[in-house]
Ligand binder design. Sequence first.
Ligand code: GLY
Length: 370
Amino acid sequence: MENHSIDVNSAVQRITEKMDWVSERSKSKIPYKTVDGVHDDLSESDINWWTNGFWSGIQWLLYHETGNEKHAAIARSVEQKLDRCFEEFYGIHHDAGFMWLLSAAADYRLTGDLEARRRALHAANLLAGRFNPAGNFIRAWNGTDNSGWAIIDCMMNLALLYWASEETADPRYRQIAECHADTAARCFVRSDGSVRHIVIFDPESGEMIDDLGGQGYAKGSSWTRGQAWGIYGFTISWKHTQKELYLETVRKIADYFISQIPADSLIPVDFCQPETPHLEDSMAAAIAACGMIELSRELGEEGVPYLDAAKRMLAALLAKRCCWTKESDGILERCTAAYHNQEKETNIIYGDYFLIEAVFKLNGNDAFLW
Ligand code: GLY
């Protein structure tokens, strides 16, 4: 097992220094990835893309860390651009959670802005409207043939519903989130602690009828980012509800994940992928690390193995997979969207988001936006 240590102060300094000039350079954009080292911009071309809240989320993390108003202004410009999704409506999917938690809800939580509160509640209502009461799940994507599809990633989107109930004292949002989380614990998590990516339900009867490998290697495999969404997502559900089932479930997934971490602590796209092509997903490592740090905070002494695993993965990323120079607008390298047919081993915006969140957590000064 390779052993890198983390100099948290230096990591925080590197992040704030790099993101200072990157924020200036990309202030009018909504980036998804870097192309030849330069952030692309989805503001005009794909306003409904599920990652469109992460640039704003990065800016709110930086605002919380540095107090620099320029970060709040950039975050707000994304929040305002996302209003087009509300106007057009048809493009909105379950990732309303990711999109508005890290934009409007973050704004309201950090500044008390009432326009931001209205936007975040609007998004929570749209997310709640995707609930299927026969199968007790939240529908993931739009389209004619997938009204019965749910995906493990949605565990992160539930945070918007927990926030809405806490904010309005109306339990319906939390109740929907719990119904979905109970279904996910039952239908997504296998007996060995690994999780499925996509589960298909009969949208009329609610019966589980199939599962798919989705962005992982194959049906029955173990897509690492899906495992990471499960770890962080069930931890979030536990934090908001204190329901034992969620703590048991996250420990099972996290124990499985830790048992699969390779000797170099760099995470593949799928724990079941073949030896070649060997593809990495640094984002899975950063997300799992965030989840494990939060889990360790919940468990006290018993949480130490989770904190240790998180630190090992982050140390490997910081030592080997980060770009701190002006060669790229991005930080985290070798981010892979899916094993087949999507971006591979490049820089993607939510990799940077979760790396920054994880480092700020280790520094003890993170804004918990979930
Ligand atoms: N759909 C979210 C992800 O690619 O992880």
